[in-house]
Write a protein that binds this ligand. Structure first.
Ligand SMILES: Nc1nc2c([nH]c(=O)n2[C@@H]2O[C@H](COP(=O)(O)OP(=O)(O)OP(=O)(O)O)[C@@H](O)[C@H]2O)c(=O)[nH]1
Length: 160
């Protein structure tokens, strides 16, 4: 009998939902070279050894956006099993920060209200987006998770 495969360890990730006074949420695109490059996500990143979620979030948002965040509202944790990693996402709301967010790592930034017009969004963000949409009485369009499909230069398929 073959032994069971070793259990996958979670990668712990701190994620920041920056909420502007008008309710808009900040999204960032994943830079080239990372898994899921070009997908949209909330800013954040992996915890380093010995860091708490809050410490990691403060560090990541300073590095990625150049902002110093105020109080961190821990919200919920979700998990997502990607081919490259099993992640545990620690979601935090942030309503105050110093400085204007700047794209410091080659990413694009966009403030979004409902309905979202960024896509594709990382599948790991689905549960929180569903909850955020419910809180706002908005609809979450599942199409935001679909990667771009037919390239514009592909000839149309012949009619049957
Ligand atoms: N920041 C962020 N990560 C997310 C979200 N949703 C989601 O599934 N993830 C996953 O969480 C992990 C975050 O890792 P990362 O690669 O962005 O972290 P990092 O900036 O520390 O990366 P690096 O230092 O390895 O370059 C990725 O596997 C990513 O797919 C999200 O909304 N925001």
């Amino acid at each position: 009998m073959s032994a069971a495969p070793p259990a996958r360890r979670h990668t712990e990730v701190a994620v920041g939902i920056l909420v502007r006074a008008d309710g808009a949420l900040l999204f960032a695109s994943r830079p080239g070279g990372k898994p899921y490059a070009g997908y949209w996500e909330f800013p954040g990143g992996k915890l380093e050894a010995g860091e708490t979620v809050e410490q990691a979030l403060r560090r990541e948002l300073r590095e990625e956006l150049g902002v110093t965040i105020g109080p961190v509202e821990r919200w919920q944790a979700t998990e997502h099993d990607y081919p490259h990693a099993l992640v545990r996402l620690h979601w935090c709301k942030v309503r105050a920060w110093e400085g204007e967010p700047q794209a410091r790592e080659g990413q694009e930034l966009r403030w979004q209200r409902w309905p979202l017009d960024v896509r594709p969004v990382l599948p790991g963000a689905r549960p929180v987006l569903a909850r955020l949409a419910r809180e706002e009485g908005a609809e979450l369009d599942e199409a935001v998770f679909e990667p771009a499909q037919v390239p514009a230069d592909r000839p149309p398929s012949p009619c049957a």
